[in-house]
Ligand binder design. Structure first.
Ligand code: IMP
Length: 422
């Protein structure tokens, strides 16, 4: 049986925290797409951990963690993640398995990302510059290098051919980028040597057997539905399918084996990088959300753009993913607002619509808001649903009614313990 856990907005919803909270109920936690562009933050015992490629179940003894075929791996970043885990005495070889079919991010993929972004000027995507786009381009272009290639003696020949091609492509962009490829390659080879010490598996076979044995699997999504390559705000998206179907292709799970789809959203909205964001705030309210919510990218440190909850976009994500349970994060950040606004429709070409149109650029779309009374109580010490303020309960009830899906968890702070089950 496989459950999915997905971000429903533009990423940074708090997936890492919830996976960590839920891991005790699962045997396997598996990442199925994205790569080190993700920054999954977990907090417990007063320590904050940020994971980029390693699944968020790694701190629990009961679970095996799998990096699936749909993920792209940068050996350099992977090594750093492993180094950070060293002091926690985790038996990595038996707790973390890597799919042979996962693609590798080469140093030149990162350079290509930088060159592509520089060449776009103002139209840049706002990429995390981790080489994600170029790596998936090589995957779909059938030129990529995979983890399994590292088990063959000729991997360096393959590497050289691909890196040389990339260098010629970087020249094509005709932009200034400073780099020392020898240094980057030395670092890459060191990362590869570390990666090779891990356990490589045919992950689809492993997941298939685990299902046959009745194991409980949680597929951990990265980024969010509005960054999906097909259904997101293209071209300001990432290069993988962040939505439910991505778990089928990124792990080899058959659609009829998926049971619960857990959708995570913030009580408001954030976005990092470029692209349309209809409910974005440029006023004091937005600044308060950013400050109280500590809205800075876990991977790049960039400030996140903030705005009110966009129910039109959220409904779309619930539909695309077939969400069965919702989890609302960062409810504590909205404490203190007299009025909370929720976007329930868009003004679009002179009419009011309730679905996501082809383009949600601000010249086409104006949000229509419903206003609700806010709450002033500090939520961060609460642990029981009965203690939630009445106006927050009204907010939750309104969202449940609009989305037609129950909100099962309300998160009131970054720590594992600041999690209210309903
Ligand atoms: P890329 O995937 O690094 O190329 O970035 C493409 C877009 O997705 C940019 O707007 C990034 O800011 C955004 N993005 C990528 N990964 C994440 C994430 O984990 N959280 C939030 N935004 C992300």
């Amino acid at each position: 049986m496989v459950d999915l856990l997905l971000g429903l907005q533009w990423g940074d919803e708090g997936k890492g925290k919830i996976v960590d909270v839920l891991t005790k109920e699962y045997d396997i936690i598996a990442r199925f797409q994205g790569g080190p562009n993700a920054g999954h933050t977990l907090e417990f015992d007063g320590i904050k951990h940020v994971l980029h490629t390693i699944p968020s179940g790694i701190f629990h003894k009961n679970a095996i963690n799998v990096v699936g075929n749909g993920v792209v791996i940068d050996p350099v970043i992977f090594k750093k993640e492993l180094d950070n885990l060293e002091k926690f005495n985790i038996d990595i070889e038996t707790k973390l398995f890597i799919s042979r079919k996962a693609h590798l991010i080469l140093p030149t993929h990162r350079l290509l990302d930088a060159a592509s972004e520089a060449s776009k000027g103002k139209a840049k995507i706002g990429s995390t510059l981790k080489g994600i786009g170029p790596t998936y381009m090589d995957k779909t272009g059938r030129n990529g290098m995979r983890v399994g290639d590292l088990e063959f003696d000729d991997w360096k020949t393959k590497y050289r051919a691909l890196a040389d091609k990339h260098e010629a492509m970087i020249d094509f962009y005709n932009v200034e980028i400073q780099y020392n490829l020898d240094e980057l390659e030395a670092e890459f080879c060191e990362g590869v040597e570390t990666l090779k010490k891990l356990t490589f598996i045919d992950s689809e076979e492993y997941i298939f057997k685990a299902q046959a044995e009745g194991k409980k699997i949680l597929a951990e999504g990265a980024q969010g539905s509005l960054l999906d390559i097909d259904f997101g705000t293209y071209p300001f998206v990432t290069s993988s399918n962040t939505t439910a179907a991505g778990a089928c292709t990124g792990l080899g799970v058959a659609p009829n084996n998926i049971k619960n789809v857990l959708g995570i959203f913030k009580a408001y909205t954030t976005r990092v990088g470029s692209g349309p964001f209809p409910t974005e705030l440029f006023d004091e309210d937005g600044a308060t959300m950013a400050k109280v919510g500590n809205e800075f990218g876990a991977t790049t440190g960039r400030p996140r753009r903030c705005g009110w909850l966009d129910l039109v976009a959220l409904k779309y994500a619930v539909q695309i993913n077939g969400v069965t349970e919702l989890m609302m994060m960062k409810a504590d950040v909205l404490s203190g607002f007299d009025t909370i606004k929720v976007c329930t429709a868009y003004q679009y070409k002179g009419e009011e619509i309730q679905h996501l149109p082809y383009s949600i650029e601000e010249e086409y779309v104006t949000p229509v808001y419903t206003e609700m009374k806010g709450w002033s109580e500090d939520l961060t010490k609460l642990s029981k649903a009965e203690d939630l303020p009445a106006t927050l309960n009204d907010y939750i009830a309104f969202l449940e009614e609009q989305l037609n899906v129950p909100i099962k968890i309300v998160s009131v702070g970054p720590d594992r313990l600041q999690t209210i089950h309903r």
